[in-house]
Design a binder for this molecule. Structure first.
Ligand code: CA
Ligand code: CA
Ligand code: CA
Length: 269
């Protein structure tokens, strides 16, 4: 269609050129006619193209418009609504109630559960503990590796979001074996982890093979460790240095019930 009309226009233009060339005097009238026919051609071309286009456009346009008008605004509206709901993000400050945790922590009175800050359970014996993180672990002192020497702690997990950290320094003495051991009794099942860092060699120079029934773990402070149930012993560890003096971190969390869970911890090295 287009090609043919373009050919027509070209043909008439050629005619025009020829006639113009043949008789310069007649240029005016001839050109008038020719240009008229050219114009007609052009207009017919335009018309046909136009009508073709117009026929196409309304269909496409109408369809698109109808669909667009019908669906898009709704989608846009719902999208906007979603966005607005989603934009609760900026209004919801990390660490505040119902908002994402600020890292791993939440504001006072809130606990980080599954990445969201929820009101912390108020449990007797669990008020204002600053022991939710590894650096804030409650220091239980120092013991040697005589199993008769223990460190103990009594605590409460304030629901599923509470984490309690403890730490002690364990000495490696002659005649005894260093073997960090935890025994936890609790009103509901809890997860207990022991992380170890050798005095010599640091966390990087600490090798641990976790006992059966426990899982290998790495603390936020990049200390290697094992997580398991209430009672287990890490007897297979090695420090890159000559001494097996160690710092042990004990973490108690993930109670099986989202309630106040009382526990008692006894640890020896
Ligand atoms: Ca021991
Ligand atoms: Ca606690
Ligand atoms: Ca805690």
């Amino acid at each position: 269609m287009m090609l043919r009309s373009r050919a027509l226009v070209l043909a008439s233009l050629t005619l025009f050129a020829c006639s113009a060339g043949d008789d310069p005097a007649d240029t005016g009238s001839n050109s008038g006619i020719t240009s008229a026919s050219a114009a007609t051609d052009a207009s017919s071309t335009g018309a046909s193209t136009g009508s073709a286009a117009t026929t196409d456009v309304p269909t496409t346009g109408g369809d698109t418009t109808t669909t667009t008008t019908g669906d898009d605004p709704t989608t846009t509206t719902s999208g906007t609504t979603d966005d607005t709901t989603g934009t609760t993000g900026p209004i919801c400050d990390p660490g505040q109630v119902g908002c994402v945790c600020d890292g791993d922590t939440c504001a006072d009175g809130l606990a980080c559960e599954d990445g969201v800050c929820v009101p912390e359970l108020a449990c007797d014996g669990d008020l204002g503990e600053p022991d939710d993180t590894e650096p804030n672990a409650q220091d239980l002192g120092e013991i040697d590796d005589d199993d008769d020497n223990v460190v103990t702690a009594d605590g409460v997990l304030g629901g599923a979001g509470d984490v309690d950290w403890y730490t002690y320094h364990g000495l490696d003495t002659f005649g005894h074996v260093a073997e960090p051991t935890v025994k936890v009794t609790s009103s509901a099942a809890v997860r207990v982890c022991q992380f170890i860092e050798c005095d010599e060699g640091g966390a990087v120079g600490t090798e641990i093979t976790c006992p059966d029934g426990t899982q290998t773990a790495l603390s936020g402070g990049l200390r290697p460790g094992c997580c398991g149930g209430a009672t287990f012993t890490v007897s297979d560890f090695n420090c890159s240095g000559s001494s097996d003096d160690i710092r042990v971190y004990v973490r108690i969390d993930k109670p099986s019930q989202d309630e106040c869970v009382e526990y008692g911890l006894v640890a020896h090295n």
